[in-house]
Design a protein around this ligand. Sequence first.
Ligand code: ADP
Length: 231
Amino acid sequence: MLSLQRIESGYGESNVLRGVNLDVEPGQVVCLMGRNGVGKTTLMKTLMGLLKTRKGSIQWKGQELSTHDPAKRARSGIGYVPQGREIFPQLTVKENLLLGLETSAASVKTFPEDVLAMFPVLATMYGRQGGDLSGGQQQQLAFARALAARPGLLLLDEPTEGIQPSIVEDIRQVILQIKAKGEISILLVEQSIDFVRGAADYIYVMDKGAIALQGTPRELDMSQFEHHLSV
Ligand code: ADP
């Protein structure tokens, strides 16, 4: 349903991505791993249209996306939770969630009670300003806002980075709930093998702007796998 073919993109004169091929099938949780600086966030930004696709193709539900602007990609059902919890600190939790509806791909835009139910802590802080929330809670809010838009595919860029362990587990549980329902595919950038294990249907390991290794968690050769992840 999402298929990337030979994607090249980068900044200024330099190409970061050097021919990335990657697929996400309906309902799958696909993890993108790799050391810092190999191009994972660059791939997410390119997928969302925040960076230009220099070469290659991005097919989403049979449509070529690579020339569409970010808003059009969002409306076609791609949700994005960037690294660093980009929420609106002056708006309340409720208002932040309602903003998710603006980009909703769904025809009926009702308040996402079911999404709120997945994040009990947000329900208790419903009227508070986003800026009052802890880092981990802001990450959950960013995640909830993206879900409120009813995406078919969710791009999650290191949702657990710098977050306390109890909230990391809450986020993992939400990913498992989404996976169990099977309605939303997830492309997850994550560095922790422990987090990925049990959640991932398929893993891609990136190195120097290309996919160096891929397979199901069972198929992957651990020694090779660790070689590509260790610093
Ligand atoms: P990762 O997400 O795997 O840690 P990134 O995609 O963030 O890696 O970065 C890949 C490469 O692109 C790195 O060499 C990084 O220095 C470079 N890079 C990232 N963002 C920018 C930018 N805004 N301008 C120029 N180079 C960048």
